[in-house]
Design a protein around this ligand. Structure first.
Ligand code: HEM
Length: 356
């Protein structure tokens, strides 16, 4: 799974194949936003559609939206006690998982038939069916697709949402980010697609993403098993022990990051007075299991921030609880506003039309 994901989510594939779809699908989504949307929901919709495109080459439509609805139920089941008799959520999740698997199985079977007739598609499913060294059964392929949908869906969309939350709470950073993206946009026509060189020039955006990942710690750590006795700072962890490597503990440690609990994207620009070291920064894990989707996630978040920053602009600060209100500068004259509530739990963000 690691190798296959890596081979479909590395820089050259993103640059040559995926970037154009990422840009197009994000733009389509933002353009279709109604007067009032929940940012977290929209971000999830975007990442789901991008993953479906990458895995199966399907453009968004009724099929992908129905699949996503079932998927949401499956994910809800992850956070319940697995007791079918007592938990409705768990029962519903199992049923939804079956439906998701049925839907994906149909697609896999159709593709396999097509492959046997000589039809080829250069997406992940195409590789799993034909070009990959190993032969997989339909069931294994469905498991793989389900796992990849989980891996990129919640993670990337949560970071998109949290980046907006932190930016709206840090107006200077929002202004700098906006400037960076407007500089890119000003050289292009309104509808012109972003290119790899544009992504590469988003240096402050990378600082914002780094800092969002560091503060948010959406994956708080990883488990590892010791293959041999390991000595660390005078302690011995015996062979075969399970160890939890806590990213959160390190990312929020003042010894490694000055004012570790403060969102400070400039620390990544080596501004004097801020400190951090790459050795202590592992939001995507590390070693042979390093997240194979790390570059894809960064590109998706960057392009999302690009379109958000160039289509919406801050206009006033709401006195009510320090909320930030933004209006949609370019696309809708009447404006659309964003409200950032205190957290992301329970749909913490709302966009709504501004009354002029
Ligand atoms: C902000 C977004 C993301 C974050 C923070 C994240 C983080 C992580 C972390 C911490 C791990 C465990 C690494 C380890 O054990 O050392 C992981 C594994 C993984 N991630 Fe991501 N990830 C993100 C997005 C994605 C995306 C978009 C994809 C799909 C293209 C993806 C696919 C995977 C896969 C397949 C694994 C399992 C790798 C293995 O066990 O060999 N991730 N991710």
């Amino acid at each position: 799974m690691h190798a296959l994901t890596m081979s479909f989510a590395n820089s050259s594939i993103i640059k040559d194949q995926l970037l154009v779809d990422i840009d197009r699908l994000i733009r389509l989504n933002l353009d279709s936003w109604p007067d009032r949307v929940f940012l977290m929901e929209e971000a999830k919709k975007i990442t789901f559609e991008l993953t479906v495109k990458q895995l199966l080459s399907f453009d968004p439509g009724e099929w992908s939206e129905n699949l996503r609805k079932q998927y949401v139920l499956v994910i809800e089941g992850f956070f319940t006690i697995p007791l079918p008799l007592f938990s409705t959520t768990y029962r519903r999740a199992i049923k939804a998982r079956r439906k998701v698997a049925e839907e994906l199985s149909k697609i896999v079977s159709e593709r396999r038939e097509g492959y046997e007739r000589g039809e080829r598609k250069s997406d992940m499913l195409g590789a799993l069916i034909g070009e990959w060294d190993e032969q997989f059964s339909n069931e294994e392929i469905v498991d793989f697709l389900v796992a990849l949908l989980v891996a990129g869906y919640e993670t990337t969309s949560t970071i998109m949402t949290l980046a907006v939350k932190f930016l709206t709470q840090t107006p200077l950073a929002l202004a700098q980010l906006k400037e960076e993206h407007e500089e890119i946009r000003v050289k292009k026509s309104k509808s012109e697609a972003l290119e790899w060189s544009d992504y590469k020039s988003m240096t402050f955006t990378q600082c914002v993403i780094n800092e969002t990942l560091r503060v948010a710690n959406i994956i708080s750590g990883v488990f590892r098993r010791t293959m041999t006795d390991v000595n660390i700072k005078g302690y011995t962890i015996p062979k075969d022990w399970k160890v939890f490597a806590s990213f959160r503990a390190v990312h929020l440690d003042h010894d490694h990051f000055k004012d570790a609990r403060t969102f400070n994207p400039w620390r990544w620009q080596n501004i004097p007075g801020t400190s951090c070291s790459g050795n202590f920064y592992t939001p995507f894990g590390g070693g042979p299991r390093l997240c194979p989707g790390y570059e894809l996630a960064r590109v998706e978040i960057s392009i999302f921030l690009h379109h958000l920053a160039t289509q919406f602009s801050p206009c006033e600060e709401n006195a009510d609880g320090g909320l930030m209100v933004l209006d949609r500068g370019m696309l809708i004259n009447t404006g659309v506003a964003i409200i950032c509530l205190s957290g992301i739990e329970g749909r913490g963000y709302e966009y709504f039309p501004q009354e002029n």
